[in-house]
Write a protein that binds this ligand. Structure first.
Ligand SMILES: [Mg+2]
Length: 252
């Protein structure tokens, strides 16, 4: 076995809990859009659009789902889907095309402003700083968080937005892209993530080591896969692996 040289990380629900920020972002950017539009139309003495937060929000979701079916290669490019869905919704609600484009884009700026307000686990920054001294690090996400503006961006010289690559995980492309940018063979790399389907299986099948973040204690694990309940337990897995590689107690 070769020594581990690189570690790739999933972001959402691996380095931070994503649920709260996603719910606030979803609700917040659409509310912002409706309020800003109402003010804008009020100033211009135009009547408010017939879009409510609830009905409009549902229609916005359905438009995204429909678009993902019609343009399957974009199904993981959530920013593109949102932008196109908002543009179409606003145009159908009576805005001129140029205004619809402008407001959809403004709403997505607000979306990204809210989306990067994640709170990494308190151990994450210190852990990544220590790992960076020893390993090359990369991030591979299916999410559409702004990769340069997220709070741990500084630790990831290589960061892959798989949805925008048009090949969301479990497609092997984002893993292979990261490995090629790091110039590391799969067997000398480890992927860390919380999704069995999107993180564990594809990385394991490529021959990478995998750390699965999960509470599922009774699940049988394929070779090279280790399970931990929280990212803070990662150093103990690495220690075991490194001891093994360096011909320590485990190989005698
Ligand atoms: Mg995740």
């Amino acid at each position: 076995m070769t020594m581990l040289q690189a570690i790739t990380f999933d972001l959402d629900d691996t380095l931070w809990d994503n649920h709260g920020v996603m719910a606030r972002t979803e609700e917040g950017h659409y509310r912002w859009l409706l309020e800003a539009l109402e003010t804008w139309r009020g100033v211009r003495q135009e009547k408010a659009l017939a879009l409510s937060h609830e009905g409009g929000g549902l229609d916005y979701l359905q438009r995204r789902q429909q678009l993902a079916k019609e343009v399957p290669e974009r199904r993981g490019d959530f920013t593109w889907l949102r932008l196109r869905a908002l543009e179409a919704q606003l145009e159908d609600a009576g805005l001129h095309r140029s205004a619809a484009l402008m407001w959809a884009s403004a709403a997505m700026n607000e979306f990204h402003r809210l989306r990067v307000q994640v709170t990494p686990h308190p151990e994450a920054a210190g852990l990544l700083a220590a790992l960076a001294e020893r390993y090359q690090l990369a991030a591979i996400t299916n999410g559409n968080i702004h990769l340069k503006r997220q709070p741990l961006a500084g630790y990831f010289p290589v960061a892959i937005a798989a949805g925008e690559l048009l090949a969301p995980k479990p497609d092997p492309t984002p893993f292979l892209t990261a490995l090629s940018r790091l110039n590391v063979a799969p067997e000398s790399a480890m992927h860390v993530g919380d999704s069995w389907q999107e993180d564990v299986l594809p990385a394991q099948q490529l021959g990478m080591h995998v750390v699965w973040i999960s509470e599922a204690e009774d699940q049988p694990l394929p070779p090279r896969v280790h399970r931990i309940a929280h990212i803070k337990e990662l150093p103990s897995v690495l220690e075991k692996l490194e001891r093994h590689h360096s011909g320590g107690v485990y190989s005698h």
